[in-house]
Ligand binder design. Sequence first.
Ligand SMILES: Cc1cc2nc3c(=O)[nH]c(=O)nc-3n(C[C@H](O)[C@H](O)[C@H](O)COP(=O)(O)OP(=O)(O)OC[C@H]3O[C@@H](n4cnc5c(N)ncnc54)[C@H](O)[C@@H]3O)c2cc1C
Length: 357
Amino acid sequence: MSISHRSPFGEGMGVKPMNNVFVYCEIEGITVQEVSQELLTKGRKLANELGVELHAIAAGTGIKGKVEDQILPYGVDKLFVFDGEGLFPYTSAPHTDILVNLFKEEKPQICLMGATVIGRDLGPRVSSSLTSGLTADCTQLEIGDYDDKKAGKHYENLLYQIRPAFGGNIVATIVNPDHRPQMATVRSGVMQKAIYDGKAKEEVVYPDVTKYVPEIDYVVKVIDRHVEAAQNNLKGAPIVVAGGYGVGSKEGFDLLFKLAKELHGEVGASRAAVDAGWVDHDRQIGQTGVTVHPKVYIACGISGQIQHIAGMQDSGIIISINNDPDAPINAIADYVINGTVEEVVPKLIKYYKQNSK
Ligand SMILES: Cc1cc2nc3c(=O)[nH]c(=O)nc-3n(C[C@H](O)[C@H](O)[C@H](O)COP(=O)(O)OP(=O)(O)OC[C@H]3O[C@@H](n4cnc5c(N)ncnc54)[C@H](O)[C@@H]3O)c2cc1C
């Protein structure tokens, strides 16, 4: 599948090999969000493969001197810090104009941002202003070549924007051959952050915000904000006990909470269990839920549909408890316990308690 629009950077300019990889860093107050650091790590890898630089953008109020240390260690060659009144809390117009006007100057080949409330607002605005195209909610990003058989054209080093499509029935690789930047959003937790152990230039610039943002952009003012804190630590939990439709009831989930407490883990769920009302939506794991990377993932009564697997397949050890020996999740599990949740989970709790005394 390819997206086809007129290039904002003129014929041929968009595919110059020296155009860099950009990551838009989301800032809450003076704190860089984890999803941005995850994308910086991914962006660094892509930039290395392409032989270009990794650039980052931060925009906020009172962030100068506060965010640099949270961004540069991820292998950033150049950081643009836009610091000015009215840039925090986020509103659409100023942030969009910062990116659009900066990209007109810098002509990046790739731009990544979080598939967050902000990224979902900002990404489409920037991409439609630049007529560049955007792939939302990517689960993998890679560099590769593409042959357009119809046009008889060969493209090198495109961004493969990989994500489930058509209701999750296929995993699509989407390319944007002719238009720049190639834009993608990625959910929090899908990529993993790591401090860069190579050498990056770590240059920081503080552009004059007024050159990028017209006064009219500040017409929307945020008067009050209510930010709900996360109710659980599912994303960071080393052990996840996840329940599916096979758990059978809300009471069945009480058992899983008991097991999770013993193991110092968190409870996750499949969408079927969430839809049944047995557990809160913020515990849903998968394509339309949270992505987790625990050391141990215990799947209780989960069949293992592709949309669920998308959110847990990078777990260290996967244990499946299922009464169907042919459940698809068993194919990716390290250990399979063939039995019912009601029978197996109480035994796990009992023997864990006995053995950890
Ligand atoms: C666009 C889209 C997005 C989606 N996003 C997500 C998502 O983010 N996350 C997600 O999870 N799903 C998602 N889904 C839904 C997904 O396709 C599946 O329907 C869902 O994952 C199934 O949940 P499940 O495995 O719990 O239920 P089922 O598929 O019904 O599986 C239940 C399993 O429990 C086993 N079982 C039954 N009784 C017992 C018992 N007593 N003890 C032990 N095992 C038992 C059965 O053998 C079976 O394997 C999405 C679907 C679409 C179309």
